[in-house]
Ligand binder design. Structure first.
Ligand code: ADP
Length: 190
């Protein structure tokens, strides 16, 4: 699930995982849990997350690697928030080649206008009080997305994996469109 902050990655990834009986693996959720638990990884990640910068690739791979392998053994996963730059995408690809059975089979890009993203995140800030949902940090996360993550759209398009989905509709409508888009992909999402 590839999308700018606020586009609904978490909501839609959770729904899709439930629909297909897969695991939902969300890099941001895993990082926030490590931060709350005060682990070494959490302490290494905290300042990056609070600033809206990407956590170093080694840190994120250390958390995600074992989760992806175990999720793949249990039928598969919906991955939310990873990879987030080209280096992560290449390392994920390498890991999948080494391990087998954990490769990406489809990439969903949720498209939502920037103004709508701002509106959603500021609304969420009141409800969830995430440390990175402040006006300044939200703008920085957009910059990071544009510079680091948006180039992956073309990368996955080139590999024939990309599905562009209009994420501006309501939650149920977006979920339906995603399931429909993936139904043409064959047995990997059955
Ligand atoms: P959002 O998409 O709204 O920014 P996430 O929960 O996906 O929310 O990510 C929150 C923060 O966690 C990011 O701003 C970043 O600091 C960190 N993070 C999440 N995934 C990654 C990743 N794959 N690589 C590096 N940092 C990450």
């Amino acid at each position: 699930m590839l999308a700018a902050p606020g586009a609904g990655k978490g909501t839609q990834a959770r729904r899709l995982a439930q629909h297909h009986g897969l695991e939902h693996v969300a890099s941001g959720d895993l990082l926030r849990a490590e931060i709350v638990a005060g682990t070494a990884v959490g302490r290494a990640a905290e300042s990056y997350v609070n600033r809206g910068d990407l956590v170093p690739d080694d840190v994120i791979l250390e958390i995600l690697g074992p989760r992806l392998k175990s999720a793949a053994e249990h039928g598969g996963y919906v991955l939310d928030g990873f990879p987030r730059n080209r280096a992560q995408a290449e390392r994920a690809y390498q890991m999948a080649t080494d391990v087998g059975g954990i490769e990406l089979q489809a990439v969903i890009h949720l498209e939502v206008e920037r103004e709508e993203l701002r509106r959603r995140m500021l609304a969420r800030a009141d409800a969830e009080s995430r440390s990175d949902d402040t006006r300044v940090t939200i703008e920085h996360r957009f910059e990071v997305f544009d510079a680091e993550t948006a180039p992956l759209i073309g990368y996955y398009e080139g590999r024939g994996l990309l599905h562009a989905i209009d994420g501006s509709q309501d939650v149920d409508a977006v979920a339906d469109v995603i399931v429909e888009a993936l139904s043409g992909d064959g047995d990997e999402v059955e």
